[in-house]
Design a protein around this ligand. Structure first.
Ligand SMILES: CC(C)(COP(=O)(O)OP(=O)(O)OC[C@H]1O[C@@H](n2cnc3c(N)ncnc32)[C@H](O)[C@@H]1OP(=O)(O)O)[C@@H](O)C(=O)NCCC(=O)NCCS
Length: 235
């Protein structure tokens, strides 16, 4: 059961770049204080190797795939309405990668983006073009959400997903995740995401993924024991 509370407090400036202000939240009840910080695209690019290392740790990624992932992340930073967040531990120092516990980012999804076009085609085949359009026409794509293994199960993932989607103007949030019962899958379900497509292999071949969506705002994780939300974006 989820039981962590958030307390919002201001951080005057981003210590990595001197740029500010950054929005931060302490994550209540933790043994060690931590802050949730916005990363402007320039800051995101400046920390990309730290973030990539977290990705590799959390996903147990093949090292050979990391250069391609790095390029993808660079490209994503230029996408419309890009928003990125990271969790920093209390002793955050820009030159100490271990003081960043996790990160997440997303952007406005639109035609011409590889993920959007692939998912749009696959969803159209399964749920039809009309319902596909209602899910994708005005969506934020949650592209990445990762927490360093040693820092998981402390509420960081939930806090980042909540903050990433809070106040977004889009109607829906969309994502894909390995089609297995993982911590990520449970987290997404708890916050209202439903399966729109399962067993999906992306073009070029990939392990099976689930495509999930939610009508924003996200469900309150504390109240997640309530009834499941409708899978229709018209709800
Ligand atoms: C998915 C991921 C980002 C979640 O991050 P996280 O910080 O561990 O997430 P949370 O702590 O908010 O929630 C995870 C679990 O910890 C539990 N938890 C949170 N705070 C807790 C606390 N104070 N005490 C006990 N348990 C707690 C949650 O209830 C949840 O439990 P569950 O797995 O049984 O559902 C992380 O597991 C990860 O990086 N996974 C690998 C990469 C990945 O799959 N990313 C998503 C790709 S689509």
């Amino acid at each position: 059961m989820y039981r962590r509370a958030l307390t919002i407090w201001p951080l005057p400036r981003n210590r990595a770049t001197g740029a500010g202000p950054a929005t931060s939240r302490t994550l209540g009840g933790m043994a060690t204080a931590a802050a949730l910080c916005d990363l402007a695209p320039r800051e995101f690019l400046g920390e990309i190797d730290v973030l990539l290392a977290i990705y590799a740790d959390a996903m147990e990624a093949d090292a050979a795939l990391l250069p391609g992932r790095r390029e993808l992340m660079r490209r994503h930073a230029a996408y419309p309405a890009f928003k990125a967040l990271e969790v920093r531990s209390a002793g955050y120092a820009a030159d100490d990668p271990h003081t960043v516990a996790g990160f997440s980012y997303g952007f406005h999804g639109e035609p011409g983006q590889w993920w959007f076009d692939a998912v749009s085609a696959a969803l159209s085949r399964t749920i039809g073009p009309a319902l596909t359009a209602r899910w994708l026409a005005d969506c934020v794509e949650v592209a990445e959400l990762h927490v360093r293994k040693e820092q998981q199960h402390r509420g960081f993932g939930t806090a980042m997903l909540t903050a990433l989607t809070a106040g977004r103007p889009e109607r829906t949030a969309m994502l894909s995740t390995p089609d297995r019962e993982t911590t990520a899958r449970r987290l997404y379900r708890r916050m209202g995401f439903t399966d729109l497509l399962t067993g999906y292999s992306f073009p070029g071949g990939s392990p099976p993924y689930a495509v999930m969506g939610v009508v924003l705002p996200l469900a309150d994780p504390v109240a997640a024991a309530g009834p499941p939300r409708s899978a229709s974006p018209s709800a």
